[in-house]
Design a protein around this ligand. Structure first.
Ligand SMILES: CC(C)(COP(=O)(O)OP(=O)(O)OC[C@H]1O[C@@H](n2cnc3c(N)ncnc32)[C@H](O)[C@@H]1OP(=O)(O)O)[C@@H](O)C(=O)NCCC(=O)NCCS
Length: 165
């Protein structure tokens, strides 16, 4: 899918983000949490994917030492499986590398096969389980990608980039 722009997420996007959170997650983030995230400064990077003027996805990153934590990622249901999350992640990882991150990590619900497949395609592998991580009691898988700047990881992301056209 061409014509996707990746732009910084700003306060006036939050109303739409809250709606997408509710459609996408059993435990959606509130406006208050989202606002505090985008106002948290340099330790965070929030971006949105825009298609024909419409906000169709977003990614929230947090930087801790040399790690980039994928805090949140969602794509509007009718625009899924067109490479939008991949574009957001490619942009986010490049930005993370630019500011010194070397590794990536996240938690994902054990039942969320789509997200796990996406993250695996980016080289993130399961390294552990956090039992009862989510408020409703579901376990989370912890995923890690080490050495994002290693040649095989750069090659992996270049292949994804090329497949997106
Ligand atoms: C997970 C999510 C962000 C993926 O967004 P997307 O834009 O559809 O992802 P992409 O199109 O970039 O998919 C890239 C790869 O991820 C995997 N993938 C994505 N959706 C998948 C699905 N439903 N089933 C299996 N694999 C899937 C595939 O490997 C895919 O590559 P392919 O198209 O070459 O097969 C989206 O499904 C979503 O918003 N889900 C609800 C919120 C969520 O779970 N967020 C993650 C929280 S940790």
């Amino acid at each position: 899918m061409s014509g996707i722009e990746i732009l910084p997420l700003v306060k006036r996007d939050l109303k739409r983000i809250v709606e997408i959170e509710k459609e996408s997650f059993p435990e959606p983030w509130s406006m208050t949490v989202l606002r505090s995230e985008i106002e948290a400064g340099e330790s965070r990077r929030y971006t949105k994917a825009v298609l024909d003027g419409e906000l169709v996805g977003y990614l929230g990153l947090m930087f801790v030492d040399d790690e980039v934590h994928i805090n949140t990622l969602a794509v509007v249901a009718e625009h899924r499986q067109h490479g939008i999350a991949s574009r957001l992640l490619l942009d986010g990882i490049d930005a993370g590398l630019d500011r010194g991150a070397r590794h990536a990590t996240l938690e994902v619900a054990v039942s969320n096969a789509a997200a796990q497949a996406l993250y695996r395609s980016f080289g993130l592998a399961p390294v552990g389980l956090r039992r009862g991580y989510y408020a409703k009691g579901e376990d989370a898988i912890v995923m890690w990608a080490r050495d994002l700047d290693a040649p095989q990881e750069v090659t992996r992301r270049t292949a994804i980039k090329e497949s997106l056209g």
